[in-house]
Design a protein around this ligand. Structure first.
Ligand SMILES: NC(=O)C1=CN([C@@H]2O[C@H](COP(=O)(O)OP(=O)(O)OC[C@H]3O[C@@H](n4cnc5c(N)ncnc54)[C@H](O)[C@@H]3O)[C@@H](O)[C@H]2O)C=CC1
Ligand SMILES: CC(=O)C(=O)O
Ligand SMILES: [Mg+2]
Length: 478
């Protein structure tokens, strides 16, 4: 697999070096021997006998950092003054802030934006609640709501620990699509309380993006909110993931010259994302899908207490395969991982059909690393930013909400999701398509615009748009 160093973060090591006791060469060797990749060196101070250097090093994990620092501390003439982790640095004080659109410079301004002037605006909305879309932040604002129960693949880590992910989603909404998004992490895991709380905060928002809420509670929470609110409610881990997965797979099967309909697809991790991806694949015409969770394959004809799994058993695994992942992977054309780290072995990949497609999408650690899989796969994708072929819902949620907000859609329906998937796939031109480029980069500016266009058209055609294409002039104008 080209282009990956395995480095997932970088640290800056501030070292004081005694000139007569140690050379930079010794330091570089100590770092390099432990797998660190030096990418920058700055001199930040010097005396006659010492220099202070800031050395930026790419490392694959915190264990590598510890090994490097331990070795440097053991070298005569080296003092480790500070170790700063770039990833933690960008999180200091959080990643987003709120900014007013105009300064309040005098009493005149004050009486317009606040009392007494604001009262007239409040009463205009009271008389006609739809004016909230013109006169408040509602029309361009989405709540990113989590209860912290299925944060990436980290599991139930709680609402405070979920915040960095939700802040990240909010940043992406703004940077990619101009949507103002607020991270809201709830200190409850009770289905009814989550539904009640989201409904209670909904008046301020034009849409609700549910995030990292574990299955099966996420299904009822989303369904009830869709029924009870008149703004789009979208569980990103289900539908955002399914949209991007389909986009990637539509292009991957072109590379290996197979038809989606003929493929045997094994989905590992039958949770929020796994179930939604399966539904999307069934809708796209795939018939031979086998789902596997911790206890093994979900088997047609068996009874499951989990309602979502019961549905799964009735709609998948047409040949009634039983057993572990390593049993059902035999002859599979496609593996889709939405479970956890290191679930798929090299031996499993070797037993797949010719030209296997492996989408190991668990975050942050995929089901198999591209390095391990590379000799045996034809097309490899992960959910991560540091490998080629990033299948991640970030390719979907900014554009799909941009479109839904701009046409004031009452919901995000199947037609809009399918349109979004095809739009994402279409960004990669036929002459560009190859094993390492089946899905556009997150930074490809065409993605959001094409998804937005396709989603608005699908919303209009399917009758859920509550206004035309007014947003075409730009993001969220009056
Ligand atoms: N690349 C992307 O865009 C996305 C990736 N994901 C990743 O997919 C994974 C699942 O996310 P959700 O569906 O939201 O969580 P979830 O908690 O709803 O479902 C996870 C499912 O995986 C199963 N599982 C866990 N370890 C397993 C193992 N060793 N073998 C078989 N099954 C196993 C669990 O039992 C559960 O049913 C996470 O790692 C998450 O980061 C989720 C959404 C988007
Ligand atoms: C990407 C994402 O939403 C997740 O891994 O949960
Ligand atoms: Mg998520």
């Amino acid at each position: 697999m080209a282009g990956n160093t395995g480095a997932s973060t970088s640290v800056i090591l501030r070292l004081e070096m005694h000139k007569e006791l140690v050379t930079f060469g010794q330091i570089a060797t100590a770092i390099g021997d432990r797998g660190g990749d030096i990418v920058a060196i700055d001199v930040s101070g010097a005396t006659k006998t010492t220099t202070i250097r800031d050395i930026t090093v790419h490392v694959s994990d915190s264990g590598m950092t510890d090994a490097i620092v331990d070795k440097l501390r053991s070298l005569p003439g080296v003092k480790v003054i500070n170790v700063s982790d770039q990833t933690f640095l960008v999180h200091l004080g959080g990643k987003i802030e709120m900014n007013p659109k105009m300064p309040i410079k005098n009493r005149d301004d004050l009486s317009r934006v606040y009392t007494p002037g604001v009262a007239r605006v409040c009463m205009a909305i009271h008389d006609d609640p739809s004016k909230a879309y013109q006169l408040t932040i509602k029309r361009n604002t989405v709540a990113v709501v989590s209860d912290g129960t299925a944060v990436l693949g980290l599991g139930n880590i709680g609402p405070e620990a979920a915040m960095p992910v939700m802040e990240g989603k909010a940043m992406l909404f703004k940077q990619m699509a101009g949507v103002d998004a607020f991270p809201i992490c709830l200190d409850t895991q009770d289905t009814e309380e989550i539904i009640r709380t989201v409904k209670a905060i909904a008046p301020a928002f034009g849409g609700i993006n549910l995030e990292d809420i574990s299955s099966p509670r996420c299904f009822e929470i989303e369904q009830r909110l869709i029924e009870e609110l008149d703004i789009p409610v979208f569980h990103d881990d289900q539908h955002g993931t399914a949209v991007v997965l389909l986009a990637g797979l539509l292009n991957a099967v072109k590379v290996v010259r197979k038809r989606l309909e003929d493929c045997k697809v094994v989905v590992c991790g039958i949770g929020a994302a796994g179930i939604a991806c399966t539904k999307m694949l069934l809708a796209a015409g795939v018939t031979n899908i086998v789902g596997v969770d911790r206890a093994g394959a979900i088997v047609r004809g068996e009874t499951y207490a989990n309602e979502a799994w019961q549905w799964y058993a009735e709609h998948t695994n047409p040949h009634g395969l039983r057993g572990k992942l390593s049993d059902v992977i035999e002859g599979a054309d496609v593996f889709i991982g939405l479970s956890g780290p290191k679930v798929l072995s090299v031996e499993d990949v070797k037993r797949m059909a010719a030209d296997p497609i492996v989408f190991a999408m668990a975050n942050p650690t995929p089901e198999i690393t591209p390095e391990e899989a590379e000799p045996y796969v034809r097309v490899m994708a992960t959910g991560r930013s540091d490998y080629p072929n990033q299948i991640n819902n970030v390719l979907c949620f900014p554009g799909i909400f941009r479109g839904a907000l701009d046409c004031r859609a009452s919901r995000i329906n199947e037609a809009m999701k399918l349109a979004a998937a095809k739009a994402i796939a279409s960004v990669v031109r036929e002459d560009e398509l190859n094993e390492y480029y089946i899905i556009p980069s997150v930074f490809n500016h065409n993605v959001v615009e094409l998804v937005r266009e396709a989603v608005i058209q699908a919303a209009i055609d399917s009758g859920v748009a509550r206004r035309g294409r007014r947003g075409d002039k730009g993001h969220g104008e009056v």
